[in-house]
Design a protein around this ligand. Structure first.
Ligand code: HEM
Length: 258
């Protein structure tokens, strides 16, 4: 089946299944079905966040280089991953609040709020908030450095703005210039169709992220009602305040300006 030079590659070895399948350690002991699912859901979300970060980096780099097509392909993959991440929430909702309560206290102050990769996605897209670096990453080795790097590097939005200027669609990178350019692209999609596809793809990515935040908020309410979060926030109140976050607000504003 395979070439001789690869005859030692096995399914389990290639995927490091021995290590991977040994990384689920429920704190409530070995036999909690809910906690096993809870751990796997978080681990798989983090794996998909890793893929999203890789693809968004490709989007940023190809757009910065003035080439749109690879960015469109990367955004297609991101959209497919976003569907998987939404389905993860349905899996979590198969747990009953009592099942979660049975092990919730064991989590201490650990929380999804501390997901460095999730915050990296925000920063890479362009929604950078330095105030989140410490509370998110303070307890993960290497986390602060990763976020500081994302904070300093150009974002996907920075690359999109330079593209608009480079193609002569925006006179300059000022807020007014970019708003006018985006509104013109959305007003007439076929005039520069590749740019329209790119901006539309970014808008749909942004919408997908907001939908995930909304579904995650609703799921959290089903699980914990109005109790505070393990991370110390007000819980659902905090999450609801984040649903309206937009990575690319200028793209959303265009519909009002048309
Ligand atoms: C029973 C399941 C879950 C519940 C009840 C829940 C609840 C919460 C709550 C209450 C917060 C607010 C911070 C806090 O005070 O803790 C939060 C934040 C967060 N959670 Fe979850 N969560 C669940 C599953 C997940 C999963 C599977 C992921 C995937 C990685 C995730 C990712 C996040 C992220 C990224 C944040 C930060 C959101 C932000 O700052 O906008 N959560 N979660």
């Amino acid at each position: 089946m395979a070439g001789d030079e690869n005859k030692d590659v096995t399914y389990a070895g290639y995927l490091r299944l021995g290590t991977l399948l040994d990384q689920q350690r429920p704190l409530s002991g070995g036999d909690s079905a809910d906690e096993l699912m809870f751990i796997v859901a978080h681990q798989t979300c983090e794996l998909w966040f890793k893929v999203v970060l890789r693809e968004l980096t490709a989007v940023r780099d190809s757009v910065a280089g003035g080439v749109i097509e690879p960015a469109l392909l990367a955004l297609r993959r991101v959209a497919a991953v976003q569907h998987v991440l939404l389905d993860e929430i349905a899996v979590l909702e198969s747990m009953q609040p009592g099942g979660f309560l049975a092990f919730r206290d064991l989590l201490g102050s650990a929380s999804g709020y501390e997901s460095v990769q999730y915050r990296e996605i925000e920063f890479l897209a362009g929604a950078k908030d330095a105030a989140t670096i410490d509370p998110t990453a303070g307890r993960q080795p290497g986390g602060r450095e990763a976020l500081e790097h994302r904070y300093a590097e150009p974002s996907v939005w920075d690359a999109a703005v330079s593209l608009l200027v480079a193609r002569g669609l925006a006179a300059d990178s000022s807020d007014a210039g970019v708003r006018a350019a985006v509104t013109a692209v959305f007003a007439d999609p076929v005039r520069d169709f590749p740019v329209w596809q790119l901006l539309r793809g970014l808008l749909e990515f942004d919408a997908g992220e907001a939908i995930w935040r909304s579904r995650h908020t609703q799921m959290a309410e089903l699980m914990i009602g109005r109790k505070p979060g393990t991370g110390g926030s007000s819980g659902v109140g905090y999450l609801a305040s984040r649903v309206d976050l937009r990575y690319f607000p200028v793209l959303w504003d265009a519909a009002s300006l048309l």
